[in-house]
Design a protein around this ligand. Structure first.
Ligand code: SAH
Ligand code: SF4
Ligand code: F3S
Length: 455
C-alpha cells in the first residue's frame, strides 16, 4: 500500500450495473490519487453505491451510515477528513431526504453523475452537494477507459436506463431514459479489456437488448449486430449479455445465438409471472405465450441454451390460479437458474396504489413453492451435465487450496483441482459431481499435458 495515496472504500449493493459503476468510480478517483481499500477504517472517502429495487433499501443505507459514523469521527479526531458519499439508485430517488436526515453525508449523487465526481469532491471538501441529473451521454465518454486488468471475465456497460415502465419497478425513475453507447466506444473498451487479459465479456444494461447504438456511418446498430462485431475481436472468446426484456428479443438477436460461437448458450430473460392478467397489470408488454414462443425459437437455433429468469410472487391481484400459471411456465421452460422475489411496493410506482394486496403469509407460501420447483430444476440441469467435458474459464482461486473456480458455457459455477497457472485460461474440464448451486470437476488430462508441454 502506498502511504502517499488517499484511501477509498466503496460498498456496493444491487445489480451488476452498480458493480460496474463502482469500478468506474474507483477509476475516476484513481486519477485523483485515491486507491481502493477493503475496509472503511481510516478511509479518506467512502462511497455507498445503493440499490432501490425492493423495500428497506433506504433503511439499510441509513443504518450503514450510522455504523460508519464512528470511523468518520475517529478520522476527524486524528486531524483528518473522511468524505462520505451516497451514490446509486437510493441517492437518485431520495437525494434531499438523505442530506436532511444524515448530517454526516457530504455528497449525494445519482448514477448519471459519476464522471463529475472530481468536481463534486473538490466542492464537497467545502460544502455539501446533491447531484441527481441524468446526463448519460456525457457520463460514459468522460469516464476513463480501461487501463487495468479487469480479470478473465468482466462486465462492460453498453446501455443504461429503461423506457418500459413495468408498474412495480423503480428503475425507469432511478436510471432515467434508455441510452445506448456508440458502437465504436464499446469496441474500443472491449479491445482494451482483451489486451489486459479479459477473455469473457458480459454486456450490461438495465434493458440491454433494447440496445440501439450509433454505428459506423451513423447506422443504428442492434445488440445482435454489436455482438457480431465484438465476436470478431481476436482473443475475446466468450460473450454474454444481461438483462433482457422479452419484447426486445428480435430476430437478429435470436439468430445470433445460433450463428455466433462466442455467444454463450445461456440467457437471463425475466418473465416475472405466468398469468396474462398479472402480466398486463405489470405492464410487461408480453404474454406467457409470446415469452414461451421466444424460448422455442431460441431452442430451434441453439437447442442446448440454458434459461434463467426473474419472478415476482404476490403482485396485487394475484390469485391462486394466477400463481399456478407461473408454475406452469416454469414447468414448461425448465430453468437452469432463476431469481424470485416477493412483490414489494415501491413509492411512486403505479403498482403501489393498486388494489388486491396479497397477504404476506400468502406471498411467503407462494415464494417457497416456486423456489422449491426452481431449485429442483437447477439441480436437475446440473446433474445432466455430469460426465460432460466442457470448456471452463477459470476466473479465480477456489475456496479450498489447490482449487480454481470457473464457469461453464451454461454459466454454472465449477470448482476444480487445478494449478494456479491455469487461472485466466479456458480449459477442458470433465464434470464429476453436481450440487444445487455448483459443480465439481477435473481437468482433462490431455489438456494438462498440453499445458505442461507448452509452458
Ligand atoms: N432490468 C431488468 C431487471 C430489473 S430489477 C429486467 O427488466 O428484468 C431485477 C428484478 O427485480 C426484476 O426482474 C424483478 O423480478 C425484481 N423486482 C423489481 N421490482 C420489484 C418489486 N417492486 N418487488 C419485487 N421484485 C421486484
Ligand atoms: Fe424495471 Fe421493467 Fe425496466 Fe426491467 S423492463 S428495468 S423490470 S421497468
Ligand atoms: Fe438496484 Fe438500481 Fe440496479 S435499483 S437493481 S441498483 S438499477
Amino acid at each position: 500500500m502506498d502511504a502517499d495515496k488517499k484511501k477509498l472504500f466503496i460498498k456496493t449493493w444491487g445489480c451488476q450495473m452498480n458493480v460496474y459503476d463502482s469500478r468506474k468510480m474507483a477509476d475516476v478517483l484513481a486519477g485523483m490519487g485515491y486507491e481502493t481499500v477493503e475496509a472503511p477504517e481510516g478511509a479518506d472517502m467512502i462511497i455507498l453505491n445503493t440499490c432501490h429495487i425492493r423495500e428497506k433499501a433506504t433503511d439499510k443505507v441509513f443504518s450503514e451510515i450510522g455504523r460508519l459514523r464512528a470511523h468518520k469521527q475517529a478520522k476527524e479526531e486524528a486531524g483528518g477528513k473522511m468524505v462520505m458519499a451516497v451514490a446509486g439508485c437510493v441517492a437518485q430517488a431520495e437525494g434531499d431526504f438523505i442530506l436532511k436526515r444524515a448530517p454526516d453525508v457530504d455528497l449525494v449523487f445519482g448514477p448519471g453523475a459519476y464522471h463529475e465526481l472530481p468536481e463534486m469532491l473538490m466542492k464537497a471538501t467545502g460544502e455539501r452537494v446533491v447531484n441527481t441529473d441524468f446526463p448519460a451521454e456525457d457520463k460514459f465518454d468522460k469516464l476513463p477507459g480501461e487501463h487495468k486488468s479487469q480479470g478473465p471475465a468482466a462486465f462492460l456497460s453498453v446501455q443504461e436506463g429503461c423506457d418500459k415502465f413495468c408498474t412495480f419497478c423503480v428503475v425507469p425513475y432511478t436510471r432515467g431514459a434508455e441510452y445506448s453507447r456508440p458502437v465504436q466506444a464499446i469496441l474500443n473498451e472491449a479491445k482494451a479489456m482483451v489486451d489486459n487479459g479479459t477473455k469473457e465479456i458480459t454486456l450490461l444494461g438495465q434493458n440491454v437488448n433494447a440496445y440501439h447504438g450509433d454505428g459506423k456511418d451513423g447506422k443504428t446498430t442492434s445488440l445482435g449486430e454489436l455482438i457480431a462485431l465484438l465476436a470478431a475481436i481476436n482473443g475475446l472468446e466468450r460473450i454474454r449479455y444481461t438483462t433482457s426484456h422479452p419484447k426486445d428479443m428480435d430476430e437478429d438477436l435470436i439468430n445470433a445465438h445460433g450463428s455466433i460461437p462466442e455467444l454463450m448458450p445461456y440467457l437471463h430473460l425475466p418473465v416475472q409471472a405466468g398469468s396474462n392478467k398479472i402480466l398486463k397489470a405489470m405492464n410487461r408488454k408480453h404474454t406467457a405465450e409470446s415469452y414461451l414462443d421466444i424460448i422455442d425459437r431460441l431452442r430451434k437455433v441453439r437447442p442446448d441454451i440454458a434459461m434463467s429468469s426473474d419472478f415476482i410472487v404476490g403482485f396485487p391481484g394475484e390469485s391462486d390460479e394466477d400463481f399456478e400459471d407461473t408454475l406452469k411456465v416454469v414447468e414448461q421452460v425448465q430453468y437452469q437458474s432463476a431469481y424470485s422475489f416477493k412483490y414489494s411496493p415501491r413509492p411512486g410506482t403505479p403498482a403501489a396504489n393498486m388494489a388486491g394486496l396479497v397477504r404476506e403469509d400468502m406471498k411467503s407460501e407462494r415464494l417457497e413453492r416456486l423456489q422449491n420447483l426452481l431449485n429442483n430444476q437447477q439441480l436437475t440441469f446440473n446433474q445432466k451435465t455430469v460426465g460432460l467435458t466442457m470448456p471452463v474459464l477459470f476466473e479465480r482461486k477456489g475456496k479450498q487450496a489447490g482449487q480454481l473456480q470457473g464457469r461453464t458455457p451454461y454459466n454454472q459455477s465449477i470448482n476444480v483441482p487445478a494449478n494456479d497457472r491455469l487461472l485466466g485460461e479456458i480449459v477442458d474440464v470433465q464434470v464429476t459431481e453436481a450440487f444445487g448451486n455448483s459443480l465439481a470437476g477435473t481437468v482433462e488430462t490431455t489438456e494438462m499435458i498440453y499445458k505442461a508441454a507448452g509452458s
